[in-house]
Write a protein that binds this ligand. Structure first.
Ligand SMILES: *Cc1c(COP(=O)(O)O)cnc(C)c1O
Length: 447
């Protein structure tokens, strides 16, 4: 396996108080011109990034455990991505696939059809964002089934456009006062092992609970699609109990319902497999992808059964920028990087390294309620000692502590009490260990 080469020194270094003068000056400019509805978690401005390191404009080096929200799995300046982008922009930046098509789009579709679960005949369409992919999966499912209802789950996150806001569960900050939302969206109970009232409930039983809700409230014959994140992202890195997803997928098949896996966050090696559905042998009818697909360039896709996808009339799907040639070149370079460096294997190593430490920490620290996740999509759920009450305060304090020490870390969860780890998959073992030392100190400082 090829050895990962880094352009920037892989070392955390905080040179002074931050935000430093340059970041502060940029922030002043920003406040005068950028709408405050867009918030940033870290108060410094990025200057350079490579491997597991991000430099700010004042010379600080942070360890990146966010990867731009699970996007730069291959690193933020992976050589194969940079090279492919440079090569493409020198020829043409855009022609619109709906006007004059080009090979890169076709190649990305070939790769998606090959890499997504199942060896059935598939077709792909490319878009720009995760939300756009999910919207289009819903369009295809409705058209192909002639039905209206879409089933989504508690704690789900599917995006910020009107339809995907409606599909998303959490009100603040995603939905509050942004309605009205699209009709024919129904929410049913998720499998959330740590927070089940009956801790004995199995995955198939949790699926049955959801199915019963669908049958009672909608009727299977009205349902176009069931939309599920195989591991929920923003909702709290919730890994459903084993058997939940397969039972839902089987039932959907029996009822002629399209099973859509939203793999926008969990796809492309993040969980130690190309797609998280694979961990349970589920073959979704449609897979929505984005985030990790193109090493940071905006690209998303839906890949589905040929008979569903090709049910749509010519011209029914598309968009001006969808599958932009530069983004496609980046995706081809990113996927090659995933193969060359076995990033599925790397994600599994990251899981072993991180989970070993977190599990032993959890035994000694009573604010850790749960540690969970797969591959390099890992989380800690924080609670008040001796209870399962969400501890959002400690979560915030941990993220702030880490940031101050030069480790960029994200939080998530319906209750805001989950610290999530999403390192670039190319992060080195020593650098990750250093970040985990900081995280451990941050957690211990709360008790
Ligand atoms: C981020 C995310 C989306 C939305 O993707 P955007 O590119 O931000 O529109 C949809 N689904 C899941 C699971 C996500 O994590």
């Amino acid at each position: 396996m090829a050895e990962i080469q880094y352009r920037l020194e892989q070392k955390r270094r905080i040179v002074g108080d931050f935000p430093g003068p340059k970041s502060s000056a940029l922030n002043e400019r920003r406040q005068a011109v950028v709408a405050s509805g867009v918030a940033s978690g870290v108060p410094v401005y990025a200057a350079d990034a490579d491997g597991g390191i991000l430099h700010d404009v004042d010379g600080n080096s942070f360890i990146d455990l966010a990867a731009g929200i699970a996007v730069t799995g291959v690193g933020a300046s992976a050589p194969a991505v940079v090279g492919a982008v440079k090569e493409q922009v020198e020829h043409f930046t855009h022609s619109c696939f709906m006007v004059t098509p080009y090979e890169g789009y076709v190649r990305v579709a070939e790769l998606l059809n090959e890499l997504t679960p199942g060896d059935h005949e598939k077709r792909s369409v490319l878009f720009n964002s995760g939300a756009e992919a999910v919207e289009n999966a819903v369009k295809v499912a409705r058209l192909a089934t002639g039905r209206d209802a879409i089933v989504a789950f508690d704690h789900a996150y599917h995006g910020r456009t009107n339809l995907t806001m409606g599909l998303t569960a959490k009100s603040m900050p995603y939905k509050a006062n942004f309605g009205p939302f699209a009709p024919e969206i129904y929410r049913v109970p998720m499998s959330y092992p740590y927070r089940e009232e009956n801790p004995e409930i199995t995955g198939p039983e949790a699926a049955q609970r959801a199915i019963l809700a669908i049958e009672k409230q909608i009727g299977a014959e009205s349902v176009a699609a069931i939309l599920l994140e195989p591991i929920q992202g923003e909702g709290g890195f919730i890994v459903p109990a084993e058997g939940f997803m397969p039972a839902l997928a089987d039932w959907a098949k029996e009822k002629g319902i399209v099973f859509i896996a939203d793999e926008v966050q969990s796809g492309f090696c993040r969980t130690g497999a190309w797609f998280a559905s694979e961990h349970e042998g589920v073959v979704p009818d449609i897979v929505a992808t984005a985030k990790g697909i193109a090493g940071g360039m905006p690209l998303s896709a839906i890949t589905g059964r040929a008979e569903l996808m090709d049910a749509v009339h010519p011209g029914g799907l598309g968009g001006t920028y969808g599958g932009n040639p530069v983004a496609c070149a980046a995706a081809i370079g990113a996927i090659q990087t995933m193969k060359d460096y076995d990033l599925n294997g790397r994600a599994k190593q990251i899981e072993t390294q991180v989970m070993g430490r977190l599990r032993s920490l959890a035994r000694n620290v009573d604010i850790i309620g749960d540690v969970r996740g797969r591959g390099a999509m890992l989380a800690i759920e924080l609670v008040n000692p001796g209870t399962k009450e969400p501890n959002a305060e400690a979560t915030k304090a941990i993220a702030a502590f880490c940031q101050k020490e030069g480790v960029i870390i994200l939080t998530c969860g319906t209750y805001g009490n989950v610290v999530r780890l999403l390192p670039p998959l190319v992060i080195g073992e020593d650098l990750l260990d250093d970040a985990l030392d900081v995280l451990e100190a941050a957690i211990r400082a709360q008790v």
